[in-house]
Design a protein around this ligand. Structure first.
Ligand code: NAD
Length: 349
């Protein structure tokens, strides 16, 4: 495993990209070489204030930045020439365009996000599930927020050594991220998609191909988080205490209790605000302890997923895996420590 600093560029500095960029800056084995912005908006101004080097997508855009008093270091091609690896966090579909037009011809390694189809990459990635499959790979896709959460939960329960017969997940999706003023619904509950299974089940299989999983999803007028209603059938009955122990002892899973005032995602968000978590990010799966119920061989629970931040630790681990810079557990523990996540075996206090 190497000791050089990995030079990373972030293309697409929105909800996911700005968080990944900040997370890279907290690591001692990688450096944020720069970010690519299309416009000199407040996101660019903040990046500039933070001292991050800004690049843009073409020579013709540089003047717009200069007119706003923002110095641009060059184009995406210039950034690539200074990087070992690119994290692409552009909107759905643009990652593929960038791969074909830029990353492949320039021969640069790239990480894509869950809005892209699985075929874009050699591996669809969740750290706990398949870190090793990403070792040395050229293209890796970090799966979507909901998929990341479901895969982490399945891996945590697999550690019990008890066969999982089938997984059923019903998802109330947040209608939009806080900044997405034009998305909805604002007064409806929308089957999203109306077809069954929703794409989440298929996406989980891009990481765990042998899981029997069906998912359904609705969109609700909320920006805070997704809420999953999970039903997992085991081959044999598993005790609640073993389930709780498995969840507590798995990194990136936080079990919250109603006795401490946690019965909704909004309360956990309030906790994150009060704790001074940057942007109130909660990259951990949030599992409501009192919902954990065993009926026959089946486990039921409620789980919240903070869509804006859950994939950030996975992006950091994917960088290390592709560069063969750390082993799975060294990377997971290092990432979690630097990002100040609730550590395994510890409670959220
Ligand atoms: P976003 O719209 O917040 O950010 C994307 C940014 O990329 C924007 O700032 C946009 O201006 C910029 N951009 C557009 N074209 C570009 C180009 N050619 N070069 C450089 N920048 C460009 O989107 P997001 O929510 O961060 O989503 C990014 C990816 O992450 C998508 O694949 C999405 O599916 C996935 N994802 C999103 C969430 C979420 O809840 N927001 C969660 C997990 C995964």
């Amino acid at each position: 495993m190497g000791e050089k600093m990995i030079r990373v560029g972030v293309v697409g500095y929105g909800t996911i990209g700005k968080r990944v960029a900040d997370a890279i800056r907290k690591q001692d084995d990688m450096v944020l070489t720069g970010i690519v912005k299309t416009k000199p908006d407040y996101g660019a101004l903040i990046a500039d204030l933070k001292g991050i080097d800004i690049y843009t997508i073409g020579e013709d855009r540089i003047k717009n930045f200069e007119n706003s008093g923002i110095t641009v270091k060059g184009t995406v091609d210039d950034l690539i020439s200074r990087c070992d690896l690119i994290v692409d966090a552009t909107p759905k579909g643009i990652g593929l365009r960038n791969k074909i037009s830029t990353y492949e011809p320039r021969g640069v390694r790239a990480i894509f996000q869950g809005g892209e189809k699985a075929e874009i990459a050699d591996v669809s990635f969740v750290s706990l599930a398949n870190f090793e499959e990403a070792l040395g790979k050229k293209y890796v896709r970090v799966v979507s927020c909901n998929t990341t959460g479901i895969v982490r939960l399945i891996v945590a329960l697999t550690r019990l050594g008890q066969g999982i017969k089938r997984v059923r997940v019903f998802i109330a999706r947040r209608g939009a991220d806080p900044k997405e003023y034009s998305r909805g619904p604002i007064n409806d509950v929308v089957p999203d998609p109306i077809t069954v299974p929703s794409h989440h089940a298929l996406d989980v299989r891009s990481v765990l191909p042998h899981i029997d999983i069906v998912s359904m999803a609705i969109a609700v007028p909320v920006t805070l988080a997704h809420l999953h209603m999970v039903d997992i059938e085991f081959e044999e009955r598993v005790s609640k205490s073993r389930i709780v122990d498995a969840l507590y002892s798995t990194p990136r899973i936080m079990v919250v209790e109603s006795v401490k005032g946690f019965t909704t995602p909004g309360q956990v968000v309030e906790w994150a605000r009060d704790m001074g978590r940057h942007r109130y990010d909660i990259p951990e799966n949030i599992i409501f302890r009192e919902s954990i119920s065993i009926i026959d061989n089946e486990l039921y629970l409620f789980m919240a997923i903070h869509q804006e931040s859950i994939v950030v630790p996975e992006n950091i681990d994917a960088i290390r895996a592709m560069e063969k810079a750390a082993s799975k557990w060294d990377s997971i523990r290092k990432t979690d420590k630097t990002l100040n996540l609730v550590m395994e075996g510890k409670r959220y206090e």
